[in-house]
Write a new protein. Sequence first.
Length: 398
Amino acid sequence: MEWTEVHERILSGEDEKTEFKLWPAFPKKVAEAICALANSAGGLLVIGVDDAGEIRGVEEDPEIVQERLTSLLQTGLSAPVQARLGHQTVGTSEVHWVEVRHLQRPEPLRYGDRFYVRRGRASVEPSSAELQDLFNLFGFILTEEQIVPGTLPGDLDLEVFDSFLRRLSLDLEEEPRLDRLDDLRNRGAVALDDGVARLTLYGLLCFGRQPQSFPPTRSAWVQLAAYAGEDRASEVLLSGEAKGRVDEQVERSLGWLKSLGLREEYGPIVRTDHPLLPLRAFREAVVNAVVHRDYAVLGSKVLIEVFRDRIDVTSPGVLPNHTTVASALAGGHPRTRNELIANYLMVRGLMEVRGRGLPIIAREMREWNGTVPEMVSSDEGRFVRLTLKLVGTRSPRS
């Protein structure tokens, strides 16, 4: 791009494909702008111009500025960026520009551990919906074996990993001892990304120190809400968040349900207190949602909603591998989307034998209040919802 065209863009002002920066913004704001343009449709970054379009110039030696920009493009972001650099003397200083191309990679570009996109005239971090669209645009499909960008082996809690191995009755002191990184790779917790060891989704969600600290997993947790009535327009009585590893999400969801208190039932002589529904049924419902959710649906959480007459457990994604609602409720041949995560929860003692979860829920609810669980799988909304009724045809068992 020649100076005449760059000057015309300056006169036209900032837009979705044009951004202005002053040199003191280097490197953070400059890097964010380059990242956003590369993740979007590409565009032009002009350095030495303020937001109002007034040319202020860059006083620093132009050769040094060009070298710093080249270094940023090659090593300052999560991947090298293809761009053309230019500069022009204006008055007593220089105007520099970076002509950024749309990035052609399997995953979006990051600056540090953050993604950026263009939103109007600004370079911003994407919302949950924008992040989902961004990953979809790049064709990035997040499965449990997929590498999570920005992670490193240090993000693993090795004590949790070792505890898991002990539950498998493995002797961690037996010689010869396998190299730690090789062990993590062999068990699917770590994979190599251009020679760099990074956590897989499975490794992060099952053994990670802070699983929700990375953009693809920021919504990989359970959101909880209790309402006074029978729909979301009712007053919210209590809300909660169950974050952490997948086992912690299940346990914290159970703890939250218990915090809602007990339902009182009065007999001829004494009062009997009952939980809202069988805890085993609720645990299985949460485990089912966490294990079978589609982690490629970014920005969506597992949602547990307690209404006056029911509990809805909603999981992102449709039923896996052509499973139908009828076969799922009947406990047909189990087809798990996330095999490794399912095995982890089984070893941790939070998941029953594969394929038994929904039949166990059905039996528990039938014996509890004579109801049966209801399930909806929405292809359009990309969710599966399991409904457990709180009001039935018989009194809860004591």
